[in-house]
Design a protein around this ligand. Structure first.
Ligand SMILES: NC(=O)C1=CN([C@@H]2O[C@H](COP(=O)(O)OP(=O)(O)OC[C@H]3O[C@@H](n4cnc5c(N)ncnc54)[C@H](O)[C@@H]3O)[C@@H](O)[C@H]2O)C=CC1
Ligand SMILES: O=C(O)C(=O)Cc1ccc(O)cc1
Length: 370
């Protein structure tokens, strides 16, 4: 039986989700994006099966509707949706980073008998747009569903089944808890990353060389500050009250930090760093070489390389020739003997497996997955 999915918004998330759903041949995706070039590109790259000329066209034909639009747009569209015609038994969901305002906007629809269940795949990137869409973007990531109540069990099961090709781990959460937790692990870190970069910009005015000194740690901590500012403005406004709570906690915490530094209290400083190291090291971290942060995951391949300049170029050329994308590349250890270790990170297990196969075929390097 064919299931028709309407995907509204074909950017990073809508595009990636459609690509994953295409793995199930019984799913027919009708796509709509405000930008016609995006819908057209999605169709040409077989990310969607059919182009919808309007949101209403897609919705009227769908068994499942997914809004993968910016959170403010999703709220706006859900308010308009009160006046649209849905198929009997339709399930409507979204992918927004916030849940409470979106669930509130969907309430009139639910009162009309439409099943709405909030959704949020906890994986993504600082890149936006269909060009960055990837079939396995959500592999092994949590995919949160936020129902209104226990009566929506059937809808949850339908979505769980639909999302199987994403290889994400579906979890059910209350929308308020979701917004509280994502404020802590996603939205507030974004504010911190941006404010650190802001500080760098100020410092750079006085001392231009400082930006060149901004090495690994600063880059790791601030990567997300490169994400789409409008998307993050909207998330910040929609999760305002939870973000304000996080700001308060942070200010108290920074006051304590200031005090212990002012007092030059080495013992307290050590306790502070020890405590956070223990928590950080205990976060879900490695399995079969996957480095899984709370939200972000990479799949690493460790390659023993001789200490001469041509080897990195040789490895990246083989990967490029086979169109295998890498997400990161670094030398973790340069030993005094002839070999160092090059760690190449991939987006998913499939890419890493292919990389290992082609490198084994075309080079003599030893490789390990740790
Ligand atoms: N970027 C990320 O890493 C993640 C984003 N999300 C959420 O997923 C949603 C989509 O985010 P992205 O895909 O990253 O953004 P994006 O900017 O890559 O894609 C959004 C798409 O929606 C389209 N759009 C805007 N208004 C529209 C309208 N009225 N009708 C139809 N299409 C419209 C845009 O043209 C664009 O193609 C957002 O709600 C975001 O909070 C969730 C998880 C991760
Ligand atoms: O790029 C990253 O590491 C992210 O954390 C991406 C992201 C952005 C927004 C979300 O709601 C979820 C994940």
């Amino acid at each position: 039986m064919t299931i028709t999915v309407a995907m509204i918004g074909l950017g990073l998330i809508g595009g990636s989700l459609s690509l994953a759903l295409q793995r199930n041949e019984n799913i027919h995706v009708i796509g709509f994006d405000r930008r016609y070039q995006t819908t057209d590109e999605a169709y040409r790259r077989s990310i969607i099966d059919e182009i919808a000329p309007s949101v209403r066209y897609a919705i009227e034909r769908a068994d499942i509707v997914i809004f993968a639009t910016p959170v403010n747009t999703t709220v706006k569209l859900l308010r308009e949706a009160e006046h649209w015609t849905f198929r009997d038994g339709v399930i409507v969901t979204d992918t927004g980073s916030t849940k409470v305002p979106i669930m509130e906007a969907a309430t009139p629809l639910v009162e009309q008998g439409v099943t709405f269940i909030g959704g949020h795949p906890m994986a993504g990137s600082h890149k936006s747009g269909i060009a960055a869409a990837k079939e396995l973007l959500f592999e092994n990531a949590y995919y949160v569903l936020t129902p209104y109540d226990d009566k929506q069990k059937m809808g949850i099961e339908t979505l769980r089944e639909l999302l199987q090709p994403t290889k994400a781990k579906v979890v059910v959460l209350d929308a308020y808890k979701h917004d509280r937790m994502t404020a802590m692990v996603s939205h507030f870190p974004h504010v911190i990353a941006s404010s650190l970069v802001d500080r760098l910009a100020e410092e750079k005015e006085e001392e231009p060389f400082v930006a060149k000194l901004a090495a690994g740690g600063f880059r790791d901590l601030t990567r997300i500050a490169s994400a789409d500012p409008k998307m993050w403005r909207d998330i910040t406004l929609q999760n305002r009250s939870e973000l304000l709570r996080q700001v308060e906690y942070w200010m108290t915490s920074m006051e304590n930090v200031r005090d212990m530094i002012e007092r030059a209290d080495g013992e307290e400083i050590l306790t502070f760093f020890n405590r956070s190291k223990k928590v950080r090291d205990g976060l879900p971290s490695t399995f079969a070489g996957a480095t899984q942060g709370a939200l972000y995951m990479t799949f690493d391949l460790h390659i023993d390389i001789p200490d001469h300049p041509g080897s990195i170029a040789e490895i990246t050329k083989v990967l490029a020739d086979h169109e295998i994308s890498i997400t990161n590349i670094r030398i973790v250890e340069t030993r005094t003997d002839v070999y160092g270790i090059l760690v190449v990170s991939f987006q998913n297990t499939d890419d890493r497996r292919k990389a290992r196969e082609v490198l084994e075929e075309e080079t003599d390097y030893s490789m390990h997955i740790i």
